[in-house]
Each structure stands twice: as structure tokens, then as C-alpha cells.
Design a protein around this ligand. Sequence first.
Ligand SMILES: Nc1ncnc2c1ncn2[C@@H]1O[C@H](COP(=O)(O)OP(=O)(O)O)[C@@H](O)[C@H]1O
Ligand SMILES: [Mg+2]
Length: 242
Amino acid sequence: MPSGKPAQSELLISARNVHKTYRLGRILVPVLHGVDLDVKAGEWVAVLGASGSGKSTLLHILGSLDRPDEQDGKRGTVSFHGQDVHQQSAWVQNEYRNGKVGFVFQFYHLLPEMTVAENTALAAMIRLGRFGYQKHHHEIREAANTLLDAFGLGDRLDHRPAELSGGERQRVAIARALMNEPEILLADEPTGNLDSVTGGQILDVVARTHSERGLAIVMVTHDQTVADRADRIVSLESGRIV
Ligand SMILES: Nc1ncnc2c1ncn2[C@@H]1O[C@H](COP(=O)(O)OP(=O)(O)O)[C@@H](O)[C@H]1O
Ligand SMILES: [Mg+2]
């Protein structure tokens, strides 16, 4: 992680002509129809769209959890620092997903049988593998605890997710997303399951992370007041960014 805020002029992620159609048996569900989106280093972009407009689909493709479809013999692209993410080797794509990108989901996706500290450290465990994790076990635990402490969870390290409120669970999920010091956070309706006060606190955590770490963010939401916290708002309508 480079220290300080990166210059905002550098292009970080660039999506071009991204199409996606789901196939349910013989039924086609067209979702994205040529999405173009640029995100600069350190920029917070909100993608505003109605439920079912394809926000999660877009986020999954940006994060290489899914790939764009071919359209007329050509596949749309997602570039990260100028490299086409989906053309890279499996190893490079794993490194991108696990190291360059941090994901935050509406329903937290914490593992119920693991403690708060273990859930957070898990991101490093997945990235480094078993031996890497064993070798760096102490630093990883310390880094996880420092993050959790900064998010007000220092006295919850040994709790399980079921023993936490929704807002606390989402703070753990954000800590987990930051564990590998990503360059961009992909947040899928991160406040969608929270009341407005708690949601506001989560957005404060996101805003702090954005400004202190110079972290780029793509946050998708159906809520204009949530989107208003970003540097820039774009809309996803009829499968395109407008
Ligand atoms: N795996 C899938 N298989 C089939 N259809 C899907 C799948 N995932 C999403 N869809 C459909 O694609 C559309 C867009 O979904 P999604 O990207 O989740 O929208 P949003 O996040 O904006 O609510 C919806 O109509 C949804 O039902
Ligand atoms: Mg969604």
C-alpha cells in the first residue's frame, strides 16, 4: 500500500463495453448492455440504480468474481492499471481478487463459527495460503486487531458474528476487506440492511477509510442519500451507465 493519498488523476479501473446476460435454462435474462465506467485512483464513485438493474452483477465483474460476455464476437473489458483483468492467468486474477480489491456486501458474509478476529484475518489467510499464514501468523493477527480497534471493535475480538449488531458486523466486514491493503473497495449496498443512523455510521467508516488511505471505492446503492456521500454519482439504467 503506497503511503498517503495517490494523485486522483491516475486511472485505476476502466470498464469498456461490458455485457452480461444470465441464462436460466432456455430463458435469457439480459442485464448489462455495454457498460463503460472509469474510476481514478483514490476516487469514490457511487453507482445508483433500481433493484434488479444489475448493480451486483457489475460489481462482481469489476472484481473478477464473474466475467463479461462476448457480444458480436467481442468481449468487453475491465482494466486495472491498464491490464485487462479477465485476460490474466488464474494466479494473477486470484491476486487481484484477494489483494487489490476489497469486497463489502449487504449481508456481511461473515463466517458464523469464526470469531471477529478470525473473520478479519481470514482475508490474509486466503491470500497467503496455509504456509504463508502460519509464517506471518503474529503480524496478521496484530494487523487484524489494529484494524478492528480502529473501528471500535477492540473489545469484540473473540465474539462470534451472531453476538454482534448489524452495524458491528459490517464494520468487521470492512476490516476484513481492508486486511490485504487493497487499492479499491467494491461495496454492494453496504448499508442496505441497516437503519439510517447505523448506516450513516458505516458510511462514516467508509469515508474515513477513503480519505485516510486514499482508497478508491465503487459503491452500488439504490439510495440517493447513500450515493450522495461519494465524490461522483453515476446511474445504471437499462444496462448502461448514464
Ligand atoms: N445468477 C443469476 N442467474 C440468473 N439471473 C440472475 C442471476 N443473478 C442476477 N440475476 C438477475 O439479473 C438481474 C440483475 O441482478 P443484480 O445484478 O443482482 O441487480 P441489483 O444488484 O441491481 O439488484 C435481476 O433481474 C436478477 O434477477
Ligand atoms: Mg444487488
